[in-house]
Write a protein that binds this ligand. Structure first.
Ligand code: UDX
Ligand code: UDX
Length: 428
């Protein structure tokens, strides 16, 4: 596994857990040192014990020596980051191409090179070109095997995937990939193969569709607020249609994470490149970006446009629960905006203090929910962590009339109004 981030480490540990011998490589030496020390650098439920168990059994190793690791491996999974590039739209593939060069220098026997990272369609062709500059095609095959891991549920998503997608132009290699995934297929995972570019597009089209579903219900939520309808009823009502499906229809603040924002943009760049305008996805991107501002304006309105010196508490700042990942979290635009307007912001997150807010002196981390909320004018539930689902609001603040903006609809309006709180939520 080249690249030991959320994707490489989880996939490597889980492959080891299936009985394979795996070496996870990373250029970040301290990350490798931590892992060799039995510490796991990311917050992913269940990952620590799988890493420990398989390191102990000797099946899972960590190394910063990319050449030796490539030489002794049959399958080389490329899991390095493919972040949005400077132009904020296309995927930055410099790491992928760098690793491809490293691989081309260390092909001592036949290698199956697998892009696990989300890479724009035709990247496999480019990797193949880079490697065949140095090594003839008979010594390697480049294929696509995109990951569909959700942070916070990555291990479950690896073990019980809805589908395993292989993109290869060579049936023999497809069969070898099928063998590798046999233990999951035996337990019911669908194994689906297509050509390499097909698999590359499936990953983007899948993420973009999920992002579209979320933006769709977020805009319906805006309408519901104007016509006194509860968006949760609409989500349930349409989700019962098997063709729509009820998941990813939860209205909330804008979608965030390391994938949806970058993958939707990268897919529209591919569309433009091949002169096939993906107008729906472009509008999803615009809608999601507008939503961050919209919700911040809602906060101002709740505070009757007097933000200066107001005290606001954020409960949860990560882009979703069960992860420490802040990438593209909507809190990254809301908190600085409100702080610049003169608000005093307290925040609590189960995964601890965030470096992203250290430069704001009016933003303070508390490692206790109630301390964070004490004496505040407004409490915002930003991330739907389990521990926010049964808050003792009376204890939250001595004030009778605290304002609560529940951005994840964790509570029922009726019960909150009954207990006398000024309660705001999404789409209700
Ligand atoms: C990333 C992308 O976000 C995701 O879309 C893609 O599917 C897989 O790669 P993630 O694991 O979250 O997923 O990336 P990140 O957490 O940034 O980890 C990438 C790792 O690769 C880092 O640890 C980085 O140090 C390492 N890396 C990067 C290398 O080892 N070599 C390189 O040349 C570049
Ligand atoms: C996503 C895809 O789900 C996964 O298949 C892919 O491999 C990587 O990208 P992830 O980004 O980890 O996974 O998180 P996800 O659970 O999809 O949530 C993404 C964003 O959408 C979060 O900000 C979340 O809060 C938001 N979301 C999700 C909603 O607002 N409503 C929903 O109903 C679901």
């Amino acid at each position: 596994m080249i690249g030991t981030g959320y994707v490489g480490l989880v996939t490597g540990a889980c492959f080891a857990d299936l009985g394979n011998s795996v070496v996870c490589v990373d250029k970040n030496d301290e990350k490798i040192a931590m892992l060799n020390n039995g510490e796991v650098p990311i917050f992913e439920p269940g990952l620590e014990e799988i890493v420990k168990k398989n390191s102990l059994s000797g099946r899972l190793k960590f190394s910063s020596n990319i050449s030796a690791s490539i030489k002794k491996s049959d399958f080389i999974f490329i899991c390095v980051g493919t972040p949005s590039s400077k132009n904020k739209r296309s995927a930055n593939l410099k790491y992928v191409f760098q690793v491809s060069k490293d691989i081309s220098r260390n092909i001592n026997k036949f290698k199956i090179i697998v892009t696990k990272s989300t890479v724009p369609v035709t990247t496999g062709d480019k990797i193949e070109k880079i490697i065949s500059k140095r090594k003839s095609k008979k010594y390697f095959e480049v294929i696509s095997n995109p990951e569909f891991l959700r942070e916070g549920e990555a291990i479950r998503d690896f073990r019980f995937p809805d589908r395993i997608v292989i993109g290869s132009n060579n049936n023999k290699i497809t069969r070898r990939m099928r063998n590798l995934y046999e233990p999951l297929i035996k337990k019911g995972a669908h194994f689906f193969s297509t050509n390499r570019r097909g698999a590359e597009v499936i990953k983007y089209a899948s993420n973009a569709f999920l992002a579209t579903k979320i933006s769709y219900i977020n805009e319906i939520a805006n309408l519901c607020e104007k016509i006194d309808v509860n968006v949760e009823d609409v989500s349930l009502g349409i989700g019962l249609d098997q063709r729509i499906g009820s998941r990813f229809l939860r209205a909330g603040p804008a979608y965030g994470g390391s994938c949806f924002p970058k993958d939707t943009k990268a897919l529209t760049v591919t569309g433009d490149l091949f002169k096939s305008n993906l107008s729906i996805i472009k509008s999803v991107i615009k809608s999601n970006e507008k939503r961050r501002k919209l919700l911040t304006l809602r906060v101002q309105k709740i505070l009757s446009n007097k933000i200066k010196n107001k005290k606001i508490a954020f409960l949860g700042v990560t882009f979703k629960p069960n992860t420490d990942d802040m990438r593209q979290s909507s809190s990254l635009s809301m908190i600085p905006f409100l702080a610049k307007k003169g608000a005093k912001i307290n925040y609590y997150d189960p995964t601890g203090q965030k470096k992203e807010f250290e430069k704001f002196k009016s933003v303070t981390f508390f490692n206790d929910v109630y301390k964070a909320c004490k004496g505040n004018d407004l409490v915002i539930i930003h991330t739907e962590w389990e521990e926010f689902k049964a808050l003792d609001f009376k204890k939250l603040s001595k004030r009778k009339k605290i304002k609560i903006f529940d951005m994840r609809n964790l509570y029922s309006e009726k019960s909150m109004k009954k207990s006398g709180f000024e309660y705001y939520s999404i789409g209700r």
